[in-house]
Ligand binder design. Structure first.
Ligand code: PLP
Length: 424
């Protein structure tokens, strides 16, 4: 995309936009929640729908002139229903967090109880962290992963649920590399008469492609982000059975939000159509194969992975056993210097501050979009190992940066896409 029009009125922003585009082209995006959407999704997101107010739902808007907005939202809903097999879909949440807020508002009163995974064990802020609205409005207890295996401690969860008597049990995580047993968590929720919210923010694409078991039709509510593994327009989504449809819709609008971001909903519709193509299944499978290859190679280099490996799109590295003097923040910064962009992350049994925790998290969705295969991911693992082994070593950094740059060149982002016309 050319930023000439932006440049004509706002050179400073144009420069930042061009810079960001170059950054994405010239570095390896390994933040597990990120991806690169297609030119079509991006074009839809920057369409004139950004101008439109469409409070309400298709066919029942509070404003005139909503025909095209209705068409787009109906398409997004229809495609989502096909992708995930959901009875009812709401595509209006502005983000994954807003989607969770929509579910809480639909079924909880202030002071009601949420049982969710601890942030340090892979949970998400919106599952009830004290710094988030959910932790401030609701009474939250958190469960953990098993200290030895790194897998969700399902038995501990059951015991905790019996003692705490929650109104909502949350499954689905931010930094959990293993398959989630949604059926088992549904059983726990049912046994204490709680609702089950499965937040598949990270794994929406893996679930849609059938490479991770689906909670749709199992959990009462399923929420997600639409810009992560599913690679659609930025935002959130809620899925549920018909019996909860009205409550969820009212909770999203007018409960939690005003006018929907119709341009993003257009991006969701386009991305969902892309994900319905058969190639998307191959993409999602490759994401997982790549994460396994990355993890296996890191283990060969002596790194310790939480849970010993991965079934998903990410690996969580606990640096303490292999690199006790290298906190996650130091590793993250050194890797960014050489063009590998991932994030520091807390790990189960965290002993450091969340600002410089003991782990790093690395995901393969964006690399796979660039065309990376297992062999390319092993080369990335070699780069990570070299840099984390010697984060201060200039010669190592130079060599690692050259290898990262070579990978970017071999697997160009948006290869051959007409969008890449801006040379500034
Ligand atoms: C499990 C989980 N839920 C919700 C969210 C929030 O999504 P958003 O950033 O779209 O609000 C995230 C973000 O990474 C997440 O990992």
């Amino acid at each position: 995309m050319s930023y000439d029009r932006v440049r004509a009125t706002d050179p400073a922003v144009a420069e930042a936009l061009s810079g960001e585009r170059r950054r994405q082209e010239d570095t390896l995006a390994m933040i597990a929640s990120e991806n690169h959407v297609s030119a079509a999704v991006m074009a839809a997101q920057s369409s004139e729908l950004t101008n439109k107010y469409a409070e309400g739902y298709p066919g029942e808007r509070y404003y005139a002139g909503c025909d095209h907005a209705d068409a787009v939202e109906d398409l997004a809903i229809e495609r989502a229903r096909e992708l995930w097999g959901a009875e009812h879909v709401n595509v209006q949440p502005h983000s994954g967090t807003q989607a969770n807020m929509g579910v809480y508002l639909a079924v909880l009163e202030p002071g009601d109880r949420i049982l969710s995974l601890d942030l340090n064990h892979g949970g998400h802020l919106s599952h009830g962290h004290p710094a988030n609205f959910a932790g401030q409005i609701y009474d939250v207890e958190q469960y953990e992963v098993d200290a030895d295996t790194g897998y969700v401690d399902y038995e501990g969860l059951r015991e905790q649920a019996e003692a705490f008597d929650p109104d909502v049990v949350v499954s689905g995580y931010s930094a959990y590399p293993r398959e989630v047993d949604f059926e088992r968590i549904q059983g726990v929720a049912e046994s204490v008469d709680a609702h089950h919210l499965a937040d598949i923010a990270h794994i929406t694409g893996l679930v849609a492609a059938g490479v991770h078991p689906s909670p749709v039709g199992v959990a009462d509510f399923v929420t997600g982000s639409t810009h992560k593994t599913i690679r659609a327009g930025r935002g959130g989504i809620i899925m549920c059975g018909e019996e909860h449809a009205d409550d969820v819709d009212a909770a999203v609008f007018p409960g939690a939000q005003g006018g929907p971001l119709m341009h993003n909903i257009a991006g969701k519709a386009v991305g969902f159509a892309e994900a319905l193509q058969p190639e998307f299944e191959q993409y999602a499978q490759q994401v997982v194969d790549n994460a396994r290859a990355l993890g296996d190679r890191l283990r060969e280099h002596g790194f310790s992975l939480v849970s010993g490996g991965t079934d998903t799109h990410l690996v969580l590295i606990d640096l303490r056993p292999s690199h006790p003097d290298t906190p996650g923040g130091v590793a993250e910064a050194a890797l960014e210097e050489v063009g590998v962009v991932l994030n520091k992350n807390t790990v189960p049994g965290e002993t450091r501050s969340p600002f410089n925790p003991s782990g790093i998290r690395a995901g393969t969705p964006a690399l796979t979009t660039r065309g990376f295969d297992e062999a390319a991911c092993e080369r990335v693992a070699d780069v990570i190992a070299r840099v984390v082994d010697a984060p201060e070593d200039e010669a190592v950094r130079e060599e690692a940066a050259a290898e990262a740059a070579a990978l970017c060149e071999e697997y160009p982002l948006y290869a051959g896409d007409a969008r890449v016309t801006d040379t500034a």
